[in-house]
Ligand binder design. Structure first.
Ligand SMILES: *[C@@H]1O[C@H](CO)[C@@H](O)[C@H](O)[C@H]1NC(C)=O
Ligand SMILES: *[C@@H]1O[C@H](CO)[C@@H](O)[C@H](O)[C@H]1NC(C)=O
Ligand SMILES: *[C@@H]1O[C@H](CO)[C@@H](O)[C@H](O)[C@H]1NC(C)=O
Ligand SMILES: *[C@@H]1O[C@H](CO)[C@@H](O)[C@H](O)[C@H]1NC(C)=O
Ligand SMILES: *[C@@H]1O[C@H](CO)[C@@H](O)[C@H](O)[C@H]1NC(C)=O
Length: 343
């Protein structure tokens, strides 16, 4: 009962914020175009020298932006046996992604220079500091036996790294749906998502939370005391405590008026969450999407609401990062990475 009251209060507070806070508009400065026909820069990462952005795309590759002349170039890939002839240029939701890979969440470990990737088909992946071939992890989370007796890895989605400990936090969107069925998952009531951690110094894996409603984004706090996980289907963000008196328990962090996707922590410890607000009818007609984001304090206060309609129109945003006053956003549905500035 008291948790219902807490949820009601949180929803009320969120609506008040939307009434009081008129959204900031992100003004589009330019678009970093992907090499046609690949799509879907779901997550964005920068290396320790500020190089990038790096993005994972529909054909299983990770591309690095190398300036206006060279554009995006291949940096790495996630499938151990990727065949370029078959895979290059592949579109999202192709059956071949199960052999070509589909990188989603991306973050660098800035101490080692290694890139960690949550791949929708190949699980947790590590790429060495010079790019190229993947190292695949499946410690603790065993590959699942498919009905056809093929081995499949969990459908991983979001990823973050504690900059002080190197511990990797990552989400499994669902254990019932595969990535190729993402649209069915997005209109389901699935509650089989999970939050995990892996310590690369020991390879110890922990299950932190289960029963999540499409676990999408994840971000650890600046001091490593908690980790946030967004539940796309439940319009909310939960907090799992890693340290302190509440360690190993979770609570409701924030209820949103839309679907939360990836979470990015800025150097000040604030969080930027990509949020898609759906307006109008649900199935069979497609609702109108208002892509945007929120900046949240470490305590869960909404500090800013950002509209990304200029960047993505009626398409879903999946990630927002801010570097030196410039926004870089990701989307499963775009063929570019927009760069914008907030007014
Ligand atoms: C990649 O696929 C092509 C087309 O099916 C095939 O001809 C080629 O032998 C494959 N390459 C490797 C290294 O398996
Ligand atoms: C899968 O195939 C292997 C080898 O063909 C067989 O030994 C095993 O029993 C099969 N597993 C299942 C769950 O059917
Ligand atoms: C952890 O697992 C990865 C992937 O299998 C392996 O490359 C690495 O050496 C392992 N690390 C430790 C500390 O066992
Ligand atoms: C939290 O769980 C971990 C792993 O099970 C355990 O090592 C740790 O002692 C627990 N911490 C508290 C405060 O219960
Ligand atoms: C940040 O932006 C300012 C003003 O545009 C610029 O002078 C500065 O060089 C930028 N810093 C970095 C690290 O890019």
């Amino acid at each position: 009962m008291s948790s219902n009251i807490a949820i009601t209060m949180a929803i009320f507070a969120t609506f008040m914020m939307f009434l009081l806070c008129s959204p900031s508009v992100a003004i589009l400065l330019s678009r970093l175009q992907l090499p046609s026909p690949v799509m879907g820069p779901e997550s964005v990462a920068f290396d320790r020298d500020g190089g990038g952005p790096y993005v994972g795309v529909s054909d299983g590759r990770i591309l690095k932006y190398s300036g206006p002349t060279d554009g995006f170039k291949e940096y790495a890939y996630t499938s151990p046996n990727r065949n370029k002839t078959i895979c290059d240029g592949l579109a999202d939701f192709s059956e071949l992604q199960a052999t070509c890979g589909r990188p989603l969440g991306l973050r660098f470990n800035h101490q080692s220079g290694e890139l960690y990737v949550a791949d929708a088909y190949f699980g947790l992946i590590k790429i060495g500091p010079n790019g190229g071939a993947p190292t695949q992890y499946f410690t603790g989370i065993q590959p699942q036996e498919d009905k056809e007796n093929a081995t499949t890895f969990p459908f991983l989605d979001g990823l973050d790294i504690d900059p002080n400990t190197g511990i990797v936090y990552f989400t499994e969107a669902s254990s019932n749906y595969r990535f190729k069925d993402l649209q069915a998952l997005q209109s389901s009531r699935d509650m089989s998502g999970s939050l995990y951690s892996l310590d690369p110094s020991t390879n110890q894996t922990r299950v932190l939370m289960r029963g999540l409603a499409l676990a999408s984004g994840v971000a650890v706090s600046n001091d490593g005391s908690f980790v946030l996980v967004s539940e796309y289907l439940a319009n909310r963000i939960q907090r799992f405590w890693l340290k302190g008196p509440r360690a190993n328990s979770s609570d409701l962090f924030l209820v949103l008026a839309g679907r939360p996707d990836n979470i990015w922590r800025n150097p000040r410890g604030q969080f930027m969450v990509a949020v898609n607000t759906l307006i109008g009818p649900s199935a069979p007609r497609r609702p109108t999407v208002l892509p945007g984001g929120v900046r949240i304090s470490e305590n869960g206060l909404i500090l800013q609401i950002i509209s990304l309609v200029q960047e993505f129109g009626n398409q879903l945003v999946s990630e927002i990062q801010e570097h030196n006053g410039t926004l870089y956003s990701g989307s499963m549905q775009a063929s570019f990475v927009p760069i914008s500035t907030i007014i």
